[in-house]
Design a protein around this ligand. Structure first.
Ligand SMILES: *Cc1c(COP(=O)(O)O)cnc(C)c1O
Length: 355
């Protein structure tokens, strides 16, 4: 018996839940269908018989959950005859936009904050053939500019203000319920522009309203301490954090995010860069999962709130992006033994290994 069956991509997998018609050209790289991994070390660390899972969305085709939204946004742009797309990005949106635009035969322009995009992400946008414009300003400034450009020129905006992005991203909630057989009690998720937390909440509600799940999770949103507009309830002019994917001071989906917190009975909390790195290392060393720093904020947040977690809870932490995106962070932040300059001699190598 063969276990290999192709996952068709999330539009095909969830077509009846998505705003598509038989005229929509499906532009896909077979995104979605990502693993939901139980995190045994974290189960033990938190205790109380909780079960912690990671929704490992760094395993999407371009290495982040942005692919979920982009397959929808680009398919709809194609359907509407669009020839070029634009986005502002802290990196992952640009990688996804560039890849899906090319797959759909379109041109892509990406505006990034000069010097604040992780190497892997920049490499991707370049390889996928985007026109990359690095501006001397932060993400929030870049987003204002692309919004205006999209108003004035024949070009489609694919940031998370594009409603199709959230439609695609909500499928991660469907996958979680389809895997667990029910909704989790808590979802821990990093927040930048807060499109993803909004999309998950849409997905959980759609399954709940259709009677597929019998409960709704509490949505726990996390931001980095130096970039926490949603936790503090005010715009941050100069956001700073090692987690560049969530280095956003004025989230476009802030009203929606506040609504998610209220409706779900959830909570928003900030975590320090130190806490993020601690969680990042735990994932790598104890669970065999390499995620990017922004993603580790969901685990950092869970560890921070562990005393508030009721016994027997089922918790899903969203790991939004792949660790390979940010090799500089990995090389600077690990506890590995790295011995360089060893002579190529068996005895010397064995000795270095402690034999
Ligand atoms: C985009 C992104 C986020 C933040 O998602 P929002 O929808 O902007 O809140 C978090 N982590 C990673 C890796 C991302 O690429």
């Amino acid at each position: 018996m063969s276990y290999f069956k192709q996952w068709p991509g999330l539009i095909k997998a969830y077509e009846k839940w998505l705003p598509i018609t038989n005229k929509t050209p499906v532009i896909t790289l077979q995104e979605g269908g990502t693993p939901l991994l139980e995190l045994k070390y974290l189960n033990e660390l938190i205790g109380k018989n909780v079960k912690v899972f990671a929704k490992y969305d760094g395993l999407n085709p371009t290495g982040s959950f942005k692919d979920r939204g982009m397959t929808m946004a680009i398919s709809k742009a194609k359907e509407n005859g669009c020839e070029a797309v634009i986005c502002a990005s802290t990196g992952n949106t640009s990688a996804a936009a560039a890849a899906y635009a090319k797959k759909g035969g379109m041109k892509s322009f990406v505006l990034i904050p000069d010097g604040y995009v992780a190497q892997g992400k920049l490499a991707q946008a370049l390889v996928y053939g985007a026109e990359v414009l690095a501006i001397k300003g932060n993400f929030d400034r870049a987003l204002k500019i692309v919004q205006q450009l999209a108003d004035e020129f024949p070009i489609t905006l694919v940031n998370s203000v594009n409603p199709y992005r959230l439609e695609g991203q909500k499928t991660a909630a469907f996958e979680i319920i389809d895997s667990l057989g029910k909704a989790p009690d808590f979802v821990c998720i990093p927040m930048g522009n807060a499109g993803n937390i909004t999309a998950y909440w849409m997905g959980f509600n759609e399954y709940f309203n259709a009677g597929i799940s019998k409960s709704l999770p509490k949505m726990m949103g996390f931001q980095a301490e130096g970039s926490a507009p949603l936790v503090l309830g005010k715009t941050i002019d100069n956001p700073e954090t090692i987690a560049t994917a969530i280095r956003i001071g004025n989230p476009v989906n802030k009203e929606k995010a506040f609504n998610v917190r209220k409706e779900s009975g959830g909570k928003f909390t900030k975590v320090s860069d130190e806490e993020i790195i601690k969680a990042y290392k735990i994932l790598g060393k104890e669970e065999g999962i390499f995620c990017e720093p922004a993603s580790a904020s969901s685990i950092a947040g869970l560890l921070k709130m562990k005393d508030e977690i009721p016994t027997n809870s089922i918790i899903v932490c969203v790991l939004t992006g792949n660790g390979l995106k940010d090799p500089d962070c990995a090389i600077k932040n690990n506890d590995a033994l790295f011995k360089a300059g060893i002579e190529p001699d068996i005895e010397i190598v064995a000795k270095s290994m402690g034999f």
